[in-house]
Design a protein around this ligand. Structure first.
Ligand code: ADP
Ligand code: MG
Length: 331
């Protein structure tokens, strides 16, 4: 649906963005993760046709956007929610109605769309509130509701939960999933890699303005069954024992520092043990070693150089990875 090709964007002499190719498809959620200053906002602004790239083209359904008339047309179908959105003077409802009127939606249709968008963001009680009286988090939620009301083909969100509490965070990501079901192409930026992983179909990492696929380390999506205490959950091909109060869809993380690697099964109290082979031995950047072990899925484990030598581990070695139930993080 929306593509960027050979994009470069400079602020003065500084290169802020260098993207060879990025396509957002209909009915998909792409997450951009990266530290401050990595270019997330710049990329979203370029995709949103708000910022014109120094070089390269953005295309919408194959149509190259060159002139400002092209971009104005595109902006009827693309909605960008900036990290610090601006609301107009007036009530929350008036803000939504005004945005809808710019998109030529008026009257009963506009009222219905505005009410439904506010409800989806748990903002029904805010309809009559003066937009100037809202907290940062509320402004952000109203701006998302305003975007939802427009039913855009492409929805871009810049750190949409940076000022949100957990309940509004969940409401927001559920709304995004509904937008995907409607067929929208969605892209959101987050500096929280776990959130980005959990709520997207594809996670891209941005570093110094360039994109690389992120290989999330030992992260899995899982569904926790009802109950309490230790539960066994399916995480990719693995059955992992976890302890959590949570139920339903979650992200599971196994910290690489908490994984024990041994040539043979250990007699231990740890409930999670899987057999596999070492497929990669690398530097962990802290003077130790990061092992990638294929146990049906790749797990990364950190060990010391001394341990690597003592255990005579090499590429292809058969090993067992072991970790405690309590080491598994669930969020
Ligand atoms: P992120 O959203 O990932 O924090 P940004 O896209 O905001 O990153 O910024 C990328 C780089 O471009 C940073 O080095 C930032 O300082 C610079 N930058 C962003 N906006 C401007 C601007 N309007 N003028 C000058 N430099 C900017
Ligand atoms: Mg930003």
């Amino acid at each position: 649906m929306l593509s960027a090709r050979d994009i470069e964007h400079r602020y003065g002499n500084r290169l802020a963005l260098a993207i060879a190719e990025l396509t957002l498809n209909a009915g998909s959620i792409t997450a951009l993760a990266g530290p401050n200053g990595s270019g997330k906002s710049t990329l979203l602004r370029v995709l949103g046709c708000v910022e014109y790239p120094t070089r390269g083209v953005v295309t919408l359904d194959g149509q190259v956007m060159v002139t400002s008339a092209d971009r104005w047309r595109a902006r009827r179908r693309i909605t960008l929610v900036e990290q610090r959105p601006l609301l107009f003077r007036g009530s929350v409802t008036q803000n939504l109605a005004y945005a809808l009127s710019l998109h030529r939606v008026r009257g009963a249709g506009a009222e219905r769309r505005a009410a439904s968008a506010l409800a989806r963001m748990d903002l029904t009680g805010f309809a009559g509130r003066d937009a100037r009286s809202l907290s940062d988090g509320e402004v952000q939620r109203v701006a998302v509701a305003r975007a939802l009301a427009l039913e855009p083909d492409v929805l871009l969100l810049d750190e949409p939960v940076s000022a949100a509490d957990p309940a509004s965070t969940a409401a927001l990501y559920r709304a995004i999933e509904q937008e995907r079901a409607r067929g929208a192409a969605i892209c959101f930026a987050s500096h929280q890699v776990e959130d980005a992983f959990r709520w997207s179909d594809r996670l891209l990492g941005l570093t110094d303005g360039s994109i690389s696929p992120v290989t999330p380390v030992n992260l899995f999506r899982a569904v926790i069954p009802d109950g309490t205490g230790p539960r066994t959950v399916r995480a990719g091909p693995l059955e992992i024992q976890v302890v959590t109060d949570r139920t339903g869809p979650v992200t599971i993380a196994i910290p690489p520092d908490d994984i024990v690697v041994s040539p043979a099964p250990l007699r231990s109290s740890a409930r999670n043990a899987f057999q596999g082979r070492i497929t990669r031995i690398g530097d962990d950047g802290r003077g130790g070693v990061v092992l990638t072990v294929d146990v049906g899925v790749n797990l990364q484990a950190h060990i010391t150089r001394a341990a690597l030598q003592d255990l005579a581990l090499t590429l292809g070695s058969a090993v067992v990875v072991t970790f405690k139930t309590m080491a598994v993080r669930v969020f």
